[in-house]
Design a protein around this ligand. Structure first.
Ligand SMILES: Nc1ncnc2c1ncn2[C@@H]1O[C@H](COP(=O)(O)OP(=O)(O)OP(=O)(O)O)[C@@H](O)[C@H]1O
Ligand SMILES: [Mg+2]
Length: 252
C-alpha cells in the first residue's frame, strides 16, 4: 500500500472555531476514501489545508514522500495534487475544452517573451495541452460536448468537467469536494464510474459528500469528521450504522 498523501498532527483554528484538531490521515494509491461529517465539520478546510489555500497552525503534510507544508498551491499542483471545488469555479461562457485547457497547469513558459520570441514552443505546448484535454474528455465521457459552453450543459456534466479539469495536471492525489451535490439522474452512475476509473489507474482519491449512499457505493473506506476531529475510520457501512455518529450528523 503506497501512501500518496500523509497528514500528521494537522491543526487549524479560525478564532474560536477549530477546523483541524490533530488530524492524522493517509490516502493510499488506487483507493477511494470517503470523508463524511455534518456541515461545518472541517471537510473543505481539510482540502484547503492540504492544497495550500489555508496555512496550518501545526502539523505535517507529505505528498509522494516529500513534505509540502511550505510549498505554494501551484507547486503542490505540479506535484500531482488535484482538487475540485464545492462551488464549481468554471468559466460559464467558455467551452468545456477551454475550461480544461485553462485548468491547473504550468503557464511559466507562456510568458510574453516566449510568445514573441518562441511562438513555435508556445504553439507546441498548446497542442500538447489540447491533446491531453481530449484524452481526459474521453476518459470522463465528455468528448461529445467538448465544444459546448458550460452554460449549455447539465449540472451533472458541469460537475464532471470540474473533475476532468482537476485531472489536467497528471493527478496522483485527487480531492473531490461534494461531486454529487445538486446532481440528479444518470450523472450519478457516470460520476461513480469516472471516479472508480481514476482510482483504478492508481490515483489516491478522497471524496467529501453528504450523499451517504454515493459514498457507500463508491468508497473503500470512510472517515467521520466532527469539529475538526477525525472521530472514526472504517467501512462506510459501519460509520452509517453507528448511532453516536448518526446523532452527531443529524444533531438529533
Ligand atoms: N477562511 C475561514 N475563515 C473563518 N472561518 C472559516 C474559514 N473557512 C471555514 N471556516 C469555518 O470553519 C468551519 C468549517 O468549515 P468547512 O467549510 O471546512 O466545513 P465543511 O465540513 O466543509 O462543511 P459543509 O459540509 O457545509 O461544506 C465552519 O464553521 C466555517 O464557517
Ligand atoms: Mg464543505
Amino acid at each position: 500500500m503506497v501512501e500518496v498523501l500523509k497528514v500528521s498532527g494537522l491543526e487549524k483554528r479560525f478564532g474560536g472555531i477549530v477546523v483541524a484538531d490533530n488530524i492524522e490521515l493517509a490516502l493510499v494509491e488506487g483507493r477511494v476514501l470517503g470523508l463524511i461529517g455534518p456541515n461545518g465539520a472541517g471537510k473543505t478546510s481539510f482540502f484547503n489545508l492540504v492544497c495550500g489555500v489555508v496555512k496550518p497552525d501545526a502539523g505535517s503534510i507529505v505528498l509522494n514522500g516529500q513534505e509540502i507544508n511550505s510549498l505554494p498551491i501551484r507547486e503542490r499542483a505540479r506535484m500531482g495534487l488535484a482538487r475540485t471545488w464545492q462551488n464549481l469555479r468554471l468559466f460559464q461562457s467558455l467551452s468545456v475544452l477551454d475550461n480544461l485547457m485553462l485548468g491547473p497547469r504550468d503557464y511559466s513558459a507562456d510568458n510574453l517573451l516566449n510568445v514573441m520570441l518562441r511562438p513555435g514552443h508556445v504553439a507546441e505546448r498548446e497542442r500538447d495541452s489540447r491533446d491531453r484535454a481530449f484524452a481526459i474528455l474521453e476518459r470522463t465521457g465528455l468528448t461529445e460536448i467538448a465544444h459546448s459552453p458550460i452554460s449549455d450543459i447539465t449540472f451533472g456534466q458541469q460537475k464532471l468537467v470540474g473533475v476532468a479539469r482537476a485531472l489536467m495536471n497528471d493527478a496522483r492525489c485527487l480531492l473531490l469536494d461534494e461531486p454529487m451535490a445538486g446532481v440528479e439522474g444518470q450523472a450519478y452512475a457516470l460520476i461513480q464510474r469516472v471516479v472508480r476509473d481514476i482510482a483504478a489507474s492508481g490515483v489516491a482519491v478522497c471524496v467529501v459528500e453528504h450523499n451517504v449512499a454515493f459514498i457507500r457505493d463508491l468508497c473503500d473506506e470512510g472517515v467521520f469528521m466532527f469539529a475538526g476531529k477525525v472521530l472514526a475510520r472504517g467501512s462506510v457501512e459501519s460509520l452509517i450504522a453507528d448511532p453516536l455518529l448518526t446523532e452527531l450528523y443529524f444533531g438529533t
